[in-house]
Design a protein around this ligand. Structure first.
Ligand SMILES: [Zn+2]
Length: 302
């Protein structure tokens, strides 16, 4: 079983920290550890990845809740003497020391490797990974949505040199890079799976010394819909009907993902009975074929 890192410790925040605090702390750490402001140091890259991974999980309400639950389960003491309070080799904090351990998901670098790094060598920009919250309908049928995020780009004022008239650039403070908010139009493939890592080429961090940019990776997070539920390629909808209609049967107008349909309620319909409307569900395999829309009747109280 995969061990879970203590993401709170990674960011140096309390377990009950607010989302605003987490974001603030992440931005502080990201500024400090971003590889682009650390001369592309492999260690900084490693640290930055760890911070970003922690932030990705803790910045989203749903994933944070899931993480809290998983982490609690994994760190629950298993009987006397078998205290499994997190594998210490997987815990990082950024209080200036890095715990050494044998196991780590991330690449460990030796001082030797760091010395070999040439800061002037063209290197590819970093991949940026975030989560994107999407309406269920967009996930089921696809669409184009704007996505805004921040990334480091070359400082325009000093043209990425860090100096203006042989003085340190006041805009980037000599770091040659500045944080910039950007918005991209993201094409959501129809029927994309939950948690799918959608890769948008070249929208990640800028390359260094003429290197190509990294990619933007957006993890698909469908938002709960008030009436619809997606189960694989089918969409389930609970439709309330009056006791009278349930008893006598008759036509009923309902809204699907993208159409309005008139269905026939059968005589003597019971709560929980289903009616399948083929081809009105979620898209299948990013294509034009679609799953079913399943109406689940619920007889309203008098
Ligand atoms: Zn500058």
């Amino acid at each position: 079983m995969a061990t879970t890192k203590n993401y709170y410790k990674t960011l140096g925040v309390e377990k009950n920290a607010s989302f605003a605090d987490i974001k603030k702390r992440y931005r502080e750490l990201a500024k400090k550890h971003h590889p682009d402001v650390n001369n592309g140091s492999a260690k900084a890259e490693n640290n930055f990845k760890i911070i970003s991974a922690a932030y990705n999980v803790l910045s989203n309400k749903k994933s944070r809740l899931e993480y809290d639950q998983t982490y609690r389960q994994q760190t629950r003491p298993k009987g006397r003497g078998a205290n499994t309070w997190s594998d210490p080799s997987n815990d990082f904090d950024f209080s200036g020391r890095q715990k050494t351990g044998q196991q780590n998901d991330f690449r460990q670098t030796t001082p030797e490797e760091e010395q070999k790094f040439d800061p002037e060598f063209p290197t590819r920009g970093f991949d940026l990974q975030f989560m994107i919250d999407l309406p269920l309908v967009t996930v089921a049928l696809g669409g184009t949505v704007p996505y805004s995020y921040e990334k480091y780009v070359m400082c325009f004022d000093c043209e990425g040199t860090g100096f203006v008239d042989s003085e340190e650039c006041s805009v980037c403070k000599g770091k040659r890079l500045v944080v910039k908010g950007v918005t991209v139009e993201v094409k959501i493939p129809p029927g994309v799976a939950e948690n799918y890592p959608l890769r948008i080429p070249n929208e990640g961090g800028e390359g260094r010394n003429g290197g190509p940019p990294g990619d933007l990776i957006l993890q698909i997070c469908p938002q709960p819909h008030p009436h619809f539920k997606r189960v694989k390629t089918d969409i389930y909808a609970e439709i309330p009907i009056s006791p009278e209609l349930a008893e006598k049967g008759g036509p009923l107008k309902i809204e699907t993902l993208d159409t309005v349909e008139t269905i026939e309620v059968e005589e003597g319909t019971l709560t929980g009975e289903e009616l399948r409307l083929p081809g009105l569900g979620s898209a299948i395999l990013w294509g034009k074929k679609r799953g079913d829309f399943v109406v689940k009747f619920k007889i309203e109280d008098d």
